[in-house]
Design a protein around this ligand. Structure first.
Ligand SMILES: Cc1cc2nc3c(=O)[nH]c(=O)nc-3n(C[C@H](O)[C@H](O)[C@H](O)COP(=O)(O)OP(=O)(O)OC[C@H]3O[C@@H](n4cnc5c(N)ncnc54)[C@H](O)[C@@H]3O)c2cc1C
Length: 410
């Protein structure tokens, strides 16, 4: 018979969502360290297909957790958004994004979580989850775990979600990326410390955008190039869709040497992004979902700040649950729907339907009209100074003040 290991809480997956959950929990309740464990199928530092863009909201979360960014990073202060109806330039001098490599960043989070007392069992793949009468049983390739509470932080292809919440795939987007070595003296992304978003692929049927981010790989300057598609058609297969996305990525950056892109599977990486769907539940019985497993930003596919925010909210629920609060898990679900993050994700879903819909040109034209309105939008998206947590009335007042009366945005 296989051995059974028991913990009060099991965090499935040690990416940003799982590690943020543990870090927030152990910051307020270090005495819970012996009662929780994280199970991770890989071993840090592990590869994660991601552009590694940390928006200011993520930097605020790191500060809140008392963590320094200890990994190589490129700070971006300028942005260009290219659309079919013209370009939008974003510049105010303060950081728009900090670009890291996810293997290094996630490994640094894992180190911090271990220092805070978290036990992480690596090379431990979760295979199945089942619950009955308040007990959750996790089958892994390293044995059986039993617990009173599981937090599913195992990413877009979450096994926890598939086992407990079902396999629905309609809220899953797709992103494809590649890394290109560049000469920083000749590359605007490095010279101007800027990133570029290119929404012109919307006209070709892609519900998303192509991007270029400056980054450092092993200390050497690279561009991370990629394309996000929120609504890849489920017919035609992933392979055919990837071909379309790679073609659009090449078209977005004709000045770059991307001829080899797509010639072999080694030239790019593709990965799903599950986005927030307000119709879904994020708690069932004694199982919660966080990060990509729950669903992140539908408009841009930005998920690291969501992972931290889910982690913060999950930690509050876990602490209450362990102290006998029977409503704590239902409250987590309510908070994800109705709290500041739920509101933000719903608004991003609304924006995605407009900017990636049949009248996208009209909405891009509208978005280009006012520079002040763009600043409000960028500050809100980036969560600079917790701007995204303002109630909707305060946000509208900011917008009206800035756009109609030329008041400062912040
Ligand atoms: C191409 C691409 C570019 C992106 N760029 C950005 C960006 O620039 N900025 C941004 O904010 N977001 C970006 N995202 C989204 C971002 O990567 C995710 O939102 C983020 O990683 C979510 O964190 P997470 O912890 O929920 O999931 P993950 O980072 O996927 O972590 C899940 C963890 O669970 C582990 N795991 C999975 N299955 C199992 C299992 N069965 N058993 C045990 N462990 C398991 C995995 O190994 C992993 O460590 C991008 C995504 C893609 C695909």
């Amino acid at each position: 018979m296989r051995s059974v290991t028991k913990y009060d809480v099991v965090i499935a997956g040690a990416g940003p969502a799982g590690l943020a959950t543990a870090l927030y929990l152990l910051r307020s309740r270090p005495d819970f360290a012996a009662r929780i464990v994280a199970l991770e199928k890989s071993r840090h530092p592990r590869v994660k297909v991601c552009a590694g863009g940390l928006i200011p909201k993520t930097m605020l979360a790191l500060r809140e957790l008392g963590l320094e960014l200890e990994v190589p990073a490129v700070e971006v202060v300028r942005g260009v958004a290219r659309t079919e109806v013209g370009d939008v330039d974003m510049y105010r001098g303060d950081p728009l994004c900090t670009v890291v490599r996810r293997d290094e960043f996630d490994a640094s989070l894992a180190r911090a979580a271990r220092q805070a007392g978290l036990e992480i069992i690596e090379n431990c793949r979760l295979l199945d989850v089942a619950q009955s009468q308040g007990e959750v049983r996790l089958t892994t390739d390293r044995g059986i775990f039993e617990t009173g509470l599981v937090v599913g932080c195992d990413g877009s292809g979450s096994r926890v979600r598939a086992s407990i919440f079902g396999q629905a795939k309609e809220s899953v987007g797709r992103a494809v990326m590649t890394d290109l070595p560049v000469d920083p003296e000749r590359t605007p992304e490095f010279l101007e410390r800027r990133y570029r978003f290119d929404f012109r692929c919307v006209g070709a049927g892609v519900s998303g955008y192509a991007w270029s981010f400056p980054c450092l790989i092993g200390g050497r300057p690279h561009l991370n190039l990629g394309i996000y598609d929120q609504l890849p058609p489920h017919r035609g297969g992933d392979g055919a869709r990837t071909g379309v996305l790679l073609e659009e990525l090449r078209r977005a950056f004709p000045e770059l040497a991307l001829e080899a892109l797509g010639k072999s599977a080694a030239t790019f990486k593709a990965f799903p992004i599950r986005w927030f769907n307000a119709a879904e539940r994020f708690t069932r019985g004694h199982v919660m979902l966080a990060g990509d497993a729950a669903g992140v930003d539908p408009l841009m596919g930005e998920g690291i700040s969501c992972a931290f925010e889910h982690g913060r909210i999950a930690a509050l629920a876990i602490a209450d649950f362990l102290q006998g609060d029977a409503d704590a898990l239902a409250r987590y679900d309510r908070e994800l729907h109705q709290g500041a993050l739920g509101r933000k994700l719903r608004m991003l879903a609304f924006a995605a339907r407009r900017f990636y819909g049949p009248r996208h040109r009209w909405f891009f034209r509208l978005a280009r009209i006012s520079r002040k309105a763009q600043q409000v939008g960028v500050d809100w998206f980036n969560g600079a100074e917790h701007f995204d947590e303002l109630p909707i009335t305060a946000l509208v007042a900011k917008w009206v003040g800035a756009v109609l009366f030329d008041r400062p945005v912040r």
